[in-house]
Ligand binder design. Structure first.
Ligand code: 13P
Length: 321
């Protein structure tokens, strides 16, 4: 039986984006695959009174089971209320690659989907995105499209080099497809290795501003926006890990982007790093420990702090629920 997101207390991103663009902040889009990540996200957002986009990738659906994830999102709505905060929660498909996957997610309660046609030609991307938009809008589900290609690896999405979004294409794409938001490539990338050592870690805010001029007020999305905090990399390496030359996007640059029409910022790798750092530390310091709660608990705590820090200091979405 298909289920609508509206019946399980979720919201679409339409109004959230309109408010975020006007208010000069961005909504956190945090990925989750397991219970501790989801608990940490909800705790952080309730405590800071921030709206949130819970992102599920096809890799997450394979890992955790699609049915389980969707019930976890439904549970998250109730959990937020129990914690004393009724925050807007969007369940979003991250990097949908086919029409069929988007339909399956919409039928199982997703309020928003991304159709990533960025690896196709412009015309094919338009046709695929338009097809998803036509289906999704019948159910008031919002759709994110993408123009340009991000470098890096994230689950099944891989690309060696950036292909920056061409500002002269965005208006045509948005008009022809009817998408609700647009992910752009301006030098952010997936994973923990975003820049080469010795190079200047800088995203192309000039391209962002040029895009904004062409589609004023249109919601823009930034993927690949982890900052790869050096202190987390150090904890991992000091406790038996081996992450060499991991470099992320400076937080000030993301803060600058969040003040513009960028209204959704995707962060996954930083959460992976925070979790891994906390788990490695416990297991290294207490080799006799074998109760998963004793290392997943501290990992959840580290995630909660990281998510709150992003909301308050990078995205500016605190108090906007
Ligand atoms: P990071 O790898 O920079 O966290 O990006 C995540 C992302 O864009 C999810 O779609």
């Amino acid at each position: 039986m298909p289920v609508s997101y509206k019946d399980i207390g979720l919201v679409s991103s339409k109004e959230l984006f309109a408010k975020a663009v006007k208010g000069g902040y961005a909504i956190p889009a945090y990925n989750f695959n397991n219970m501790e990540q989801l608990q940490a996200i909800i705790m952080a957002c309730v405590e800071t009174s921030s709206p949130v986009i819970l992102q599920v990738s096809s890799g997450a659906r394979k890992y955790a089971n699609a049915t389980l994830l969707r019930y976890m999102a439904e549970g998250a709505v109730e959990y937020a209320k129990e914690l004393g905060g009724s925050i807007p929660i969007v369940l979003h498909l991250d990097h949908g690659d086919t029409y069929e996957l988007c339909v399956s997610c919409i039928e199982s309660g997703f309020a928003s989907v991304m159709i990533d046609g960025s690896h196709h030609s412009f015309e094919e991307n338009v046709a695929l995105t338009k097809k998803v938009v036509e289906y999704a809008h019948k159910y008031d589900v919002t759709v994110e499209g993408e123009l340009g290609i991000l470098a890096g690896i994230e689950d099944e999405v891989k690309a060696k080099e950036h292909v920056y979004t061409k500002p002269e294409e965005v208006e045509d794409f948005v008009t022809k497809t009817g998408v609700d938001s647009l992910a752009i490539a301006i030098g952010t990338s997936h994973g923990a290795y975003k820049f080469k050592p010795g190079t200047n870690p800088e995203i192309r805010l000039d391209i962002l501003h040029e895009i904004e001029k062409r589609i004023p007020g249109f919601p823009i999305v930034l993927h690949g926006s982890s900052s790869v905090p050096p202190e987390l990399v150090k904890i991992i390496n000091d406790n038996g890990g081996k992450l060499e030359d991991a470099i992320g996007i400076p937080e000030e640059q993301l803060r600058e982007a969040a003040k513009s029409a960028v209204c959704k910022i995707n962060i996954d790798s930083d959460g992976r790093l925070a979790m891994t750092a906390a788990i490695r530390k416990v297991l290294n310091e207490k080799p006799a420990e074998f109760d998963p709660r004793k290392y997943l608990g501290p990992a959840r705590e580290a995630l909660r702090e990281l998510y709150k820090h992003k909301i308050i200091n990078v995205l500016g979405s605190n108090g906007k629920a």
